[in-house]
Design a protein around this ligand. Structure first.
Ligand code: XMP
Length: 326
């Protein structure tokens, strides 16, 4: 495989011109590496895999086969956006797998966070493997490995929490952004014409909403989580906070609290808002969000999300609290 060390004289890709030059160079390199063979890519819709997909579509068009596994733990609208951008707009060869029921059935009753992670990661590999076996004549596997993955985790993408593909999968790797830092990947993504909402996306854990629907995941709490998270994102964007706060999301715990709704006693879930600023995710501070914004979000969640009767804002810095709740 090609060199995995960033040459000392490699320029930081931080302008559209440098991004274009990088794309041109990689398009040629990929065409040379792959020839007329087919390439497989697990396309999550995250920044790295999306940029690799767009780059490879430019280089080899339909020789790229993207597989998007919807594990049912995506944020609202994310899987739909993958289909819209890659299949409808970029005319990609995209296999969309709705595996939500499979994941949720397996997760039923499982409340231990690391077990949940292992189940989600393990099942993801299984579904991807099954899809890959259905396809014929694939010689290459593309991955959105970026330079920090190489520096920090032996070239394994950090969110692959469990294992990898089976040994009999004898693919040659195609990793066109492996020497880039995150900001450079984003710069290349813009140059490739991907939507800003995809390229500037905040970090989202591999296990997705699965570790934010606390304890044993239920479909109704998962729906409350997805809706409240969408409201939070919408209101942060409207208030100009979406690119100022590093990561923000909601959490739904697995206990209820009393309330009154329409003159009657309610016994529903709380929603917790988590927002943090950080440089490296090792420590994090909680931003002081404008009271009016928090009040508006609270009002909307209480009015629009069924089964929720209380909204909280988490004031805990890291340390002591981690960014995620599980
Ligand atoms: P914590 O909760 O450890 O999170 O303070 C630090 C950063 O890592 C993300 N995170 C994960 N990412 N798989 C991932 O891909 C995971 O299992 C996972 N757990 C936490 C978290 O969202 C934050 O950005």
């Amino acid at each position: 495989m090609a060199n995995n060390m960033r040459p000392a004289d490699m320029k930081r890709i931080n302008t559209p011109d440098l991004a274009e030059a990088f794309i041109k160079e990689q398009v040629e390199a990929v065409r040379k590496q792959v020839g007329d063979k087919k390439v497989l890519l697990a396309l999550s819709g995250g920044v790295d895999s999306s940029v690799v997909a767009a780059l490879l579509i430019r280089a080899i068009g339909k020789q790229l086969v993207c597989v998007h596994v919807n594990h049912g733990l995506m944020r609202k609208g994310e899987s739909e956006q993958v289909v819209e951008v890659f299949r409808n707009q970029m005319d990609a060869n995209l296999v969309y797998v709705d595996a939500a029921d499979r994941f949720l059935d397996l997760l039923e009753g499982v409340d231990e966070p690391e077990r949940k992670r292992r189940i989600i990661g393990g099942e993801f590999i299984k579904v991807f493997e099954e899809e890959a076996r259905k396809l014929e004549g694939i010689d290459f596997l593309a991955q959105g490995t970026i330079y920090p993955d190489i520096l920090e985790s032996d070239g394994v993408k950090a969110h692959h929490n469990v294992g990898g593909l089976p040994d009999d999968f004898d693919f040659e790797l195609v990793e066109p952004v492996r020497l880039l830092f995150k900001d450079e990947v984003r710069c290349v993504g813009h140059a490739l014409g991907l939507p800003a909402s995809m390229v500037e996306r905040q970090p989202f854990p591999g296990p997705g909403l699965g570790v934010r629907c606390l304890g044993a995941i239920t479909r109704d709490r998962l729906a409350a989580l997805r809706e409240s998270d969408a409201i939070l994102r919408e209101e942060f964007a409207a208030a100009g906070l979406a690119d100022k706060v590093w990561q923000f999301f909601t959490v739904v715990p697995d206990f209820r609290s009393t309330g009154v709704r329409d003159g009657r006693r309610a016994f529903d879930w709380p929603v917790i808002i988590r927002a943090v600023n950080t440089v490296d995710a090792m420590t994090a501070a909680v931003p002081e969000i404008d009271w009016a914004v928090l009040k508006k979000i609270t009002g909307r969640i209480l009015a629009e999300v069924p089964g929720v009767c209380r909204v909280l804002y988490d004031l805990t810095p890291k340390p002591v609290g981690t960014i995620e709740w599980e």
